[in-house]
Design a protein around this ligand. Structure first.
Ligand SMILES: *[C@@H]1O[C@H](CO)[C@@H](O)[C@H](O)[C@H]1NC(C)=O
Ligand SMILES: *[C@@H]1O[C@H](CO)[C@@H](O)[C@H](O)[C@H]1NC(C)=O
Ligand SMILES: *[C@@H]1O[C@H](CO)[C@@H](O)[C@H](O)[C@H]1NC(C)=O
Ligand SMILES: *[C@@H]1O[C@H](CO)[C@@H](O)[C@H](O)[C@H]1NC(C)=O
Length: 408
């Protein structure tokens, strides 16, 4: 029985050793090649299998035979995730073998550092569903996607059930509108580390594209203007719950933001001020910006987590301390604190609530006044003469005056 033949793309066996870790049910094979079926067989008991390197292109012309028992054999495997890395993948081959995944229980398919070569004929996949729910491409190259919407529509039956898609670090400049419309159930889309510009988002998120999307990651692209991004994303329905705009180069935040957001990551941008009003927001990430004050939170009644590390916040007035004090988790380390009595006192009071994360006390340091520069905020005295001079000096003066009077 040509188990390995079935396991892989239907035609490839592995040479070179496979390493199987039984505890982790994880198998890694290097250098896919024709011979040495024995090494691959041990991977059949794994739930995660990785294939790195080798030559798939040699199998492009080979007919696919001996597959009568494919449903039984493939159906008995427990493999849930397959990773292909460092491979040249002829699209013709992929198009021919993809349907065999319908007999398996593979839910996650990952391609890392692969080059997809040529164009395949996907017509054989028409009407075919697959168990694969998550599809990931990282650092891959392929023929341009533009103009191939028709071709890929044969994959529609499968793609409309796909839940997660990641195409990262792959120099993507745009996803054609028609492709986004195929992903009817997609709830997570990760496009980090590509070359998307403000104007290329508009066709990608056209009317009807990704109608169920809840999680979108666009960090490390070539986006510049927040209004531009919002304009392009305005058609994304109200389903978006998690929005990751970390390190996208924003210098301002404008409305409208998707109204039902629960998690918003705006860290590592150039924001100087933030005014956000989102009634469902629970987590807000603003680390590594240029903020000089904590954002006002009155319009985010459900907020429980706020990260403000490495900004330019010098002081937290008492009003802010009170507001921040009701959150479950706050991180404020790495700011240039002014250790005035109220500044240091406010932070110490906040720390006493126990909600300041791991950075307290070591990463909370004074920048001013000069006498306390470099001190940990926790060590700054906030009681006694320095801070309560009025409270201390006035009664003492009164006592002295009274004593003076009595003496006279
Ligand atoms: C299998 O994985 C476990 C957990 O990571 C590790 O402790 C163990 O050393 C691995 N076994 C082999 C044979 O690599
Ligand atoms: C990306 O993939 C190419 C092959 O297409 C490979 O040569 C390169 O080393 C990969 N880069 C990284 C950072 O993995
Ligand atoms: C946003 O993306 C960055 C970079 O990939 C990641 O480190 C961060 O954890 C993400 N934020 C959230 C809230 O998941
Ligand atoms: C804040 O800056 C410090 C020092 O540059 C760095 O080690 C730390 O990772 C940063 N923290 C965050 C949350 O960005």
């Amino acid at each position: 029985m040509r188990v390995a033949v079935l396991l892989l793309l239907g035609v490839v066996e592995a040479r070179g050793p496979c390493f199987f870790n039984r505890t982790q049910e994880h198998c890694v094979c290097y250098n896919l090649s024709q011979k040495s079926i024995g090494s691959v067989i041990q991977c059949l008991a794994a739930s995660v299998v990785e294939f790195w390197g080798g030559e798939l292109e040699r199998y492009t012309a080979q007919p696919i035979t001996d597959l009568e028992d494919a449903p039984t054999v493939l159906g008995s495997l427990i493999i849930k995730k397959i990773i292909f890395g460092d491979l040249l993948v002829p699209e013709v081959l992929l198009a021919r073998v993809l349907r065999f995944f319908s007999y398996t229980h593979v839910e996650e398919l990952v391609f890392k550092s692969c080059v997809f070569q040529g164009r395949g004929n996907w017509a054989g996949m028409a009407g075919q569903g697959l168990p694969i729910l998550s599809l990931q491409f990282h650092n891959v190259t392929s023929a341009p996607l533009l103009g191939r919407e028709e071709e890929f529509s044969s994959l529609g039956t499968w793609l409309e059930t796909l839940q997660e898609l990641a195409v990262t670090e792959s120099r993507v400049t745009s996803l054609p509108c028609g492709i986004g419309r195929l992903f009817k159930a997609l709830h997570s889309l990760d496009l980090a580390g590509n070359s998307l510009g403000d104007e290329s988002l508009l066709p990608t998120f056209c009317q009807g594209a990704f109608p169920q999307l809840q999680v979108l990651s666009l960090q490390h692209n070539e986006l510049t203007s927040y209004p531009g991004i919002c304009q392009s994303l305005r058609l994304l329905p109200e389903t978006l719950r998690i929005f990751n705009l970390s390190a996208v180069g924003l210098d301002e935040v404008l409305r409208p933001l998707p109204p039902h957001l629960e998690v918003l990551d705006l860290s590592r941008n150039h924001l100087r001020a933030v005014d956000i009003s989102l009634s469902f927001l629970r987590k807000l990430f603003l680390s590594q910006n240029l903020l000089e004050a904590a954002p006002s939170l009155g319009n985010c009644p459900r907020l429980d987590t706020l990260y403000l590390e490495n900004n330019s916040i010098a002081e937290l007035p008492w009003e802010e301390v009170k507001l921040l004090g009701v959150l479950r988790e706050v991180a404020l380390d790495g700011n240039p604190y002014s250790c005035s009595c109220s500044g240091a006192g406010g932070l110490q009071a906040l720390a006493a609530t126990g909600h300041l994360g791991q950075g307290w006390p070591q990463d909370y340091r004074c920048h001013l006044p000069p006498g306390y520069q470099g001190w940990q905020v926790k060590d700054v005295p906030v009681s006694g003469l320095r801070c309560h001079s009025v409270a201390v000096i006035v009664p003492i003066t009164v006592v002295l005056v009274l004593l003076g009077l009595a003496g006279a």
